[in-house]
Design a protein around this ligand. Structure first.
Ligand code: S5P
Length: 494
């Protein structure tokens, strides 16, 4: 179909101001793309901003009765939503990126009726995860979301992903339309058009599941959202860390997924050294390349409170989580004391710890009691072990998963050597990882990062001696980080 002249003009204007660029660009997901959209620049060109808003409004105007409010995805779409709303006298809400920690603590600002339908406005959609993130916040605040409108759909699975979750995506232009138009107008070559088309064909971020229930979801509660998502997508392996983080209600889990995504590392370094100086040195040197630092604090000689303080400082400096691998395994009242008291005072400085499920749910209740309602503390259950001859059989693992599901507020995942649940909000952290697989000392068994992340579909590799005993620890950490990340990209793009 012939494109309207006003649409062609807008595409040409966007091209002229550099909002559409061609070349080689690394996207958030790590994929290299021949085309890049930077709609942030339109705020410097009021006429173009107005033209974008007019075309988007025209598209949605006939449906205006369906919506009560409009929300732009922060930040690029905020001015777009603002202009649309002020020009057309439509109420707007704003979604904060982070809830403020003073005053009302609201994520959604503005006045609206519970249950009213909110139209989401976005500039560009790739995987759909940003629109989804905004949807979850809006639904959490009591709004309903059925539709989103976007200026440009990159055709990489975002529309399909959102549709599978009950959201209709309206787009003004697809990537194919943009390149076809620019080619017709002699702005880009035929070979660039083919390159972009190949890119679209080979980089779809969404794999539909044949059994998936694709009926629109109309419930407005986040719980229902996460549940329907869990039920509808049994294969979580192609869902990105970023999207899974959005679904997590537990703060520590959400933070871990965010760190992994932001730092592009699924490496947990197990710093099993007995000198405090060495521990801090490892944390500082390798910190930029890890998402989690795992400790066995009881093997450190001469522990002083200053060490945990210094560790906390380093975790802030390099943005990693501290995980004390304490493997609690006693009755509730004992683990409560072990976690919060004694010379280690683990709960004071470790964001994350772990427990055996052997004692039953009391072990979780005891740990929870020690930290009461602290939202920045969480626990993993040991569902499987890496050591030869361990007694965690299938029934034990299954019962452990059940125990985790019953304590979602505090348990955020598992130590395991395989994927033990399809729930995307649970993390799988796998120990016994080395670039060279095989048997290690004293019963340890090693798998490669690729086997763990790509084949066994786990989320985080735990590497100890592969890094701590290397001649150059920094170089080894980078090697493991790269291997873990490559395995993840291979998995999500498979
Ligand atoms: O089953 C397990 C569970 C854990 S947490 N097997 C393990 O090896 N671990 C821990 O992971 C172990 O306590 C050690 O801290 C680390 C593995 O170290 P590596 O030197 O063998 O990589």
């Amino acid at each position: 179909m012939e494109m309207e002249r006003s649409s062609v003009d807008l595409i040409l204007q966007l091209f002229d101001i550099g909002a559409v660029k061609f070349g080689s660009f690394k996207l958030k997901s790590g994929i290299t793309s021949p085309v890049y959209f930077d709609l942030r620049v339109i705020i410097s060109y009021p006429d173009i901003l107005i033209a974008v808003c007019e075309i988007m409004w025209k598209h949605i105007e006939s449906n205006r009765e369906k919506f009560r409010v409009i929300c732009g995805v922060p930040y690029t779409a905020l001015p777009i939503a603002t202009v649309i709303c002020t020009t057309n006298k439509f109420p707007m809400v704003i979604r904060r990126k982070e809830a403020k920690d003073y005053g009302t603590m609201k994520i959604i600002e503005g006045v609206f009726e519970q249950g009213s339908n909110c139209l989401i406005v976005e500039d560009v959609v790739t995987s759909g995860s940003s629109v989804w993130e905004t949807t979850v916040s809006l639904q959490d605040a009591g709004l309903t979301v059925t539709d989103a409108i976007v200026l440009l759909n990159r055709q990489q699975g975002g529309r399909e992903m959102l549709e599978s979750r009950g959201i209709t995506l309206h787009s003004i232009f697809t990537l194919t339309e943009v390149v076809t138009c620019l080619n017709k107008e002699k702005k880009i070559s035929d070979s660039m058009v083919s390159e972009v088309k190949d890119f679209i064909a080979n980089n779809n971020t969404f794999t539909p599941n044949p059994d998936m229930d694709v009926k629109p979801r109309r419930k407005s509660k986040e719980d229902a959202t996460a549940k329907s998502y869990r039920n509808s997508i049994p294969d979580i392996e192609q869902v990105t860390y970023e999207s899974r983080g959005v679904l997590c209600k537990n703060e520590v889990a959400a933070r871990i997924f965010r760190i992994i995504h932001d730092k592009q590392t699924n490496l947990c370094l197990s710093a099993d050294v007995d000198s405090a100086v060495e521990l801090l040195e490892i944390a500082d040197v390798c910190g930029p390349h890890i998402c989690i630092l795992k400790t066995h604090i009881d093997i450190i000689d001469h522990l002083t409170p200053n060490i945990s303080k210094a560790l906390t400082e380093l975790s802030k400096k390099h943005n990693f989580i501290i995980f004390e691998d304490r493997k609690f395994a006693d009755i509730g009242s004992t683990v409560r004391q072990q976690y919060s008291a004694g010379s280690y005072s683990i709960s004071e400085w470790a964001d994350l710890t772990n427990a055996h499920s052997l004692p039953g749910p009391g072990v979780i209740e005891g740990l929870k009691a020690a930290v009461q309602n602290r939202k920045d503390r969480a626990c993993l259950l040991i569902a499987e072990m890496s050591s030869k001859g361990n007694l965690a059989d299938a029934n034990y693992t299954k019962a452990t998963v059940q125990m985790a599901e019953d304590h979602r507020d505090f348990v955020i995942g598992f130590i395991s050597t395989s994927k033990v649940t399809t729930d995307p909000t649970f993390l799988h952290m796998t120990p016994g990882v080395k670039l060279q697989p095989g048997d290690g000392q004293l019963g340890q068994q090693y798998l490669t990062p690729d086997e763990v992340i790509c084949k066994r579909k786990c989320d985080i590799i735990i590497v100890g001696r592969g890094i701590t005993l290397a001649a150059n620890r920094l170089q080894a950490a980078i090697e493991y980080k790269n291997a873990g990340w490559k395995a993840y990209l291979d998995r999500v793009n498979a």
